[in-house]
Design a protein around this ligand. Structure first.
Ligand SMILES: NC(=O)c1ccc[n+]([C@@H]2O[C@H](COP(=O)([O-])OP(=O)(O)OC[C@H]3O[C@@H](n4cnc5c(N)ncnc54)[C@H](O)[C@@H]3O)[C@@H](O)[C@H]2O)c1
Length: 256
C-alpha cells in the first residue's frame, strides 16, 4: 500500500507551528485537503498560506462547541472528513508539590480533554465519510516517570489509553486509531523551555543538551514525527490499530 492520501480530508489541531505544522504540510504533500486548525487564528491563517490548498479554521480544543463546529465546518466546506490528528498540546514543567490545581487543569484540559473532544466529534464524521484514521500525539513521557511533567505525562498516558479504547470501539465502523509517542523534538515547546528545565533540574547551562545527547542521541525533528503520522494516517498502516509508535531515539529502551 502506498502512503498517499489523495482525495482525503484531514484536520490537524495545534497546527500553526511545530509538529502540527509539519504534519499538516506532510499530509498535504501526500494529497490530502488539509485543515490547519489552531487556538491562534492569525497564526493558523499564516501557516495555512504556506501549505498548498490548506484551509485555516480557528479552534480552542478545550471548548466542546468549537471542536464540534470545527468538524462541522470542515465537512461543510470539504465535503467529508477522513483523518483527524489531535495534535494541540501544552506543557508547564513544575515539581509535583509546587503544581497547583489550576496549572494541572491548564495542561490536562488541552492535552487530554482536547483529544477526547477531537475524537468524540471527528469519529462520527469519519464514519459518515466511509472510514479513515485518527492519529493521536502521545509522548514517551506517557511510558515512565517524568520528573517535572506530572500533568503533561499523566495526560499523555491518558491519550495512549484513550487511543486504545477508541481503536477498539471504532474498528467495526472503519476507523483506525493509533498514537505516535515522540521523545524530545526540536520545537518551540522544547527550545522555549530549556532554561526553565535546566533551572528546575539544577543543571548548568548546556546541561539539557548533554542530557538529550546521552539519553536519545539528539533532538528529534518535526519531519520525523510527520512521516510517522502520515504512515499511520494512510492505508500503508492498514493493519495497525490501537498501536503506539515510539519515536525517541532509543530513550525508552535504555536503562543507562
Ligand atoms: N516537542 C516535543 O518534544 C514533543 C514531544 C512529544 C510530544 N509532543 C506533542 O506534540 C504536540 C505538538 O507539540 P509542539 O512541540 O509542536 O508544540 P508547540 O508549542 O510548538 O505547538 C503547539 C501548538 O498548539 C497550539 N495550541 C495550544 N493550545 C491550544 C488549544 N487549546 N487549542 C488549539 N491549539 C492550541 C499552539 O497555539 C501551537 O500552535 C503536542 O501535543 C505535544 O505535547 C511534543
Amino acid at each position: 500500500m502506498q502512503q498517499h492520501l489523495t482525495g482525503k480530508t484531514a484536520i490537524v489541531t495545534g497546527a500553526a507551528q511545530g509538529i502540527g505544522f509539519a504534519i499538516a504540510g506532510r499530509l498535504a504533500e501526500a494529497g490530502a485537503q488539509v485543515v490547519v486548525s489552531d487556538l491562534n487564528a492569525a497564526a493558523a491563517r499564516a501557516a495555512a498560506d504556506k501549505i498548498p490548498g490548506a484551509l485555516a479554521l480557528a479552534c480552542d480544543v478545550r471548548d466542546e462547541q468549537q471542536v464540534e463546529a470545527l468538524v462541522a465546518e470542515t465537512v461543510e466546506r470539504c465535503g467529508a472528513l477522513h483523518v483527524m490528528v489531535p495534535n494541540a498540546g501544552v506543557a508547564e514543567p513544575a515539581p509535583l508539590t509546587g503544581m497547583d490545581l489550576a496549572a494541572w487543569r491548564r495542561v490536562t484540559s488541552v492535552n487530554l480533554d482536547g483529544v477526547f473532544l477531537s475524537i468524540r466529534y471527528a469519529a462520527p464524521a469519519i464514519i459518515a465519510s466511509g472510514g479513515g484514521s485518527i492519529v493521536t500525539i502521545g509522548s514517551v513521557t506517557a511510558t515512565a516517570g517524568s520528573p517535572l511533567l506530572a500533568s503533561y505525562a499523566t495526560a499523555k498516558a491518558g491519550v495512549v489509553s484513550l487511543t486504545q479504547t477508541a481503536a477498539t470501539e471504532l474498528r467495526p465502523h472503519g476507523v483506525r486509531v493509533n498514537a505516535v509517542l515522540p521523545g524530545f523534538v526540536e520545537t518551540p515547546m522544547v527550545t522555549g523551555a530549556v532554561d526553565e528545565f535546566e533551572a528546575l533540574l539544577g543543571l548548568p547551562s548546556g546541561g539539557f543538551g548533554s542530557l538529550i545527547a546521552q539519553k536519545q542521541g539528539r533532538l528529534g525533528t518535526v519531519d520525523e514525527v510527520a512521516d510517522a503520522v502520515l504512515f499511520l494516517a494512510s492505508d500503508a498502516s492498514a493493519f495497525c490499530n490501537g498501536s503506539g509508535l515510539l519515536l525517541d531515539g532509543g530513550l525508552r529502551a535504555s536503562l543507562f
